[in-house]
Design a protein around this ligand. Sequence first.
Ligand SMILES: Nc1ncnc2c1ncn2[C@@H]1O[C@H](COP(=O)(O)OP(=O)(O)OP(=O)(O)O)[C@@H](O)[C@H]1O
Ligand SMILES: [Mg+2]
Length: 166
Amino acid sequence: MVGFTVTTHSPEQTRRLGQVIGGLARGNDLYLLKGNLGTGKTHLVQGIAFGLGIDEYACSPSFMIAREYHGRLPLYHLDLYRLDHIEEIAGLGLDEYFRDDSVCAIEWAEKGAPVLPGDNLTIRLTHLPGEKRNISFIPHGNRYDELVDRLKISLQNNGEDTWNLL
Ligand SMILES: Nc1ncnc2c1ncn2[C@@H]1O[C@H](COP(=O)(O)OP(=O)(O)OP(=O)(O)O)[C@@H](O)[C@H]1O
Ligand SMILES: [Mg+2]
């Protein structure tokens, strides 16, 4: 399990980062996004949606728990922000969103930790001064080791000179 961290410098760059992830996504992928309010989780998921070929704007599901988008693969975008009790999260029937033929991204995944699958790509976002954000990728499981390796290579090769890979 070796992860890495990227610094993005604008909301648009966070979207472009998501877009690279969306291009690498496979069925059954699970991305757990963790981080404070306004760190850019929704922007990253919007980018993932674009990378999956979804052109409909993925607006923040702040009062919806789950949204479904249709691209190269379906994307389930979940947000656990409004759920305060693990029983509520356990009662959502999350298994329905973990499918071989779709991708699932969950904001505020820290709230659901005890009931979420151990195999996942954890994405931790933190504020830096101004418009900078640190975005760390932590793989859990073989698929995500591979995904993180591929993501790093894609970012190194995509010509954007401001990725600050650590
Ligand atoms: N580098 C950056 N990446 C992403 N967003 C940024 C960045 N710099 C500034 N921002 C701003 O931070 C906010 C991020 O909003 P976003 O809804 O994506 O965050 P979030 O983590 O999903 O928040 P919430 O916890 O409320 O769901 C936006 O207002 C965006 O313009
Ligand atoms: Mg959000």
